[in-house]
Design a protein around this ligand. Structure first.
Ligand SMILES: Cc1cc2nc3c(=O)[nH]c(=O)nc-3n(C[C@H](O)[C@H](O)[C@H](O)COP(=O)(O)O)c2cc1C
Length: 206
């Protein structure tokens, strides 16, 4: 039976969706591991093509997270020229600082797709991003913030190596592909909601 939700529950759902925004400044305290696990669990409730559940998450905290900063700084080199043309100088400087520090986020989750001949490539990729958005929303529900980052893709081979994937059987079979990272922690700023455009986004055909 389709579950029925009260008006309050519905309002809470939409409030969480609305409240989600990319957080780029975090408090240093590490969320409890059980909480991170609960949020990832919400991710793994997402739909996936043929129910392959082809997401693979690698969670870095502590020393490993600190070591990743050097890589994040490298990923900036691959992106900065494009951003310099697009962003005003103050936002460019803020973004550069974010890449250098990850805004102090104590958790970095690397999100991979396990690709397979059983499934179309784009379906596999899309399935992982479904889980990523569940993670983003669950984090908001728990009072945490996140920022999804495509930046690690710039240095994907180095990230694979950093995470020690060379010995992973799925990696050895050429089936693991890094898509993004999700940095996570308790927010330490409240940025304005990035504006949304509506024009040309939805076409109705009756
Ligand atoms: C696939 C993907 C990749 C992204 N990569 C980055 C990134 O590398 N660095 C960054 O600061 N933000 C990144 N973002 C966050 C977007 O900039 C952000 O979602 C967008 O500006 C809308 O703002 P909002 O998330 O606050 O609503 C990424 C978002 C997505 C969905």
């Amino acid at each position: 039976m389709t579950p029925q939700f009260s008006e309050n529950e519905k309002a809470t759902f939409y409030a969480i969706v609305e409240a989600r925004k990319s957080i780029r400044k975090y408090r240093p305290d590490l969320p409890p591991r059980a909480l991170i696990e609960k949020i990832l669990e919400a991710g793994m409730l997402a739909p996936s093509g043929k129910n392959r559940q082809n997401w693979r998450f690698f969670v870095c905290t502590g020393k490993k997270r600190d070591e990743y900063l050097a890589y994040s700084q490298k990923s900036w080199a691959g992106i900065k020229d494009v951003l310099q043309k697009r962003l005003k100088p103050s936002l460019y400087a803020f973004t550069e600082r974010f890449f250098y520090t990850l805004g102090g986020a104590p958790v970095v989750v690397f999100c991979y797709s396990h690709n397979s001949e059983e499934e179309r490539y784009h379906t596999s990729i899309g399935s992982v991003y479904m889980a990523v958005e569940n993670i983003n929303l669950a984090a908001v529900a728990e009072g945490l913030g996140t920022c999804t980052m495509g930046a690690p893709f710039e240095i994907k081979d180095e990230v694979d190596e950093f995470l020690g994937l060379r010995s992973h059987p799925e990696y050895q079979a050429g089936q693991l592909e890094l898509l993004c990272s999700v940095v996570m922690g308790y927010p330490d700023h409240d940025p304005p909601k990035a504006p949304r455009q509506r024009e040309g986004r939805v076409t109705w055909l009756d």
